[in-house]
Design a protein around this ligand. Sequence first.
Ligand SMILES: C[S@@+](CC[C@H](N)C(=O)[O-])C[C@H]1O[C@@H](n2cnc3c(N)ncnc32)[C@H](O)[C@@H]1O
Length: 343
Amino acid sequence: MTRPTRRAPDGLGSASPSVRASRDRNSDAGRVETGTRCGVAPSVGRVCRTRRGRGRTLADLLHQGIARLAKAGIPNFQQEAIWLIEFALDTTHLAIRLEGQHEVTAAELRRAATLFARRATREPLQYILGTQEFCGLDFRVEPGVLIPRPDTELLVEALLSHASSALPPAMIADIGTGSGCVAVTLSRALPSTMTYATDVSPAALELARENAARHGVGDRIVFRAGDLFEPLRGLGCEGKLAAIVANPPYIPSGELALLQPEVSRFEPWLALDGGPDGLTVHRRLLHDAAEFLAPGGLLAIEMGQGQAEPLRQIAFGSGAYDLLHARRDAAGIERVICFRRNA
Ligand SMILES: C[S@@+](CC[C@H](N)C(=O)[O-])C[C@H]1O[C@@H](n2cnc3c(N)ncnc32)[C@H](O)[C@@H]1O
């Protein structure tokens, strides 16, 4: 079941990540008690209702959720309380609004309270609901793996606009694939392409494989664990990749603790920490990518605010690249930089 797009706590860049959560019907949190115990056939939602009186109602539950999230400082507390109840009770926004006097079961109360409590610790909504939309596709997300951000869709755009003006890429790589959002999206958009995706995090790779299978491209993405390009050695990719995309960690180490709690306390620092100036991984990536790109191949890298100029200097200093362009995010910040491997 698909929910409407929703706003979630701020991300790494200036734009907040949006969430369009799908329900995981297999999770305990999303399971519903239905059947003959329900005394009243639901007209809008599927909440189990007994109408025995004196119990807690949907309206009570909503009030409780709103109060809990507001106290925890969640900016969008009213909307998020509704989303969490929808998820916990496998019901709908309409049912919550229109059938507020219906009683909820003790089990439903417990499930909703558990989710309110998790969100009140500032755990990202996406980790609780288990999904995040990226380029129109739903991706599974889980603690330990970075939640895909809207800004990263620029990486996909960069490669697809390059592919439309150059030969369709036969082999490409996504370095630091995380949830696999970029590799999966590109594989679906470029059906004749083989994608190599690496990550140092085994948890990320496992999730990326799951997302690839879920979107039907598991047989066209080669996932490998290890540092940057190391896992690709011996696979015959050197000098042959038509394009490389990467969203490496780029937050300066000293700024990690200053990020909003959803990010600093819950997302993996391995995916965020870019070293003293935020560019430690980018430097190595620019160096190693030159060996793997085919002449004329595209290198598209996501970066943080103010990092475009240092990256231009590093790239030109290497003598391996020409600058193509930088793409700006919704806030006007240069977010993705594109180089071409010179011949
Ligand atoms: C900012 S996240 C990007 C994840 C995903 N590509 C996305 O855009 O949502 C960076 C990813 O790079 C991985 N990573 C960090 N250092 C790495 C390295 N040296 N080699 C390979 N992957 C690395 C992290 O585990 C993380 O999954």
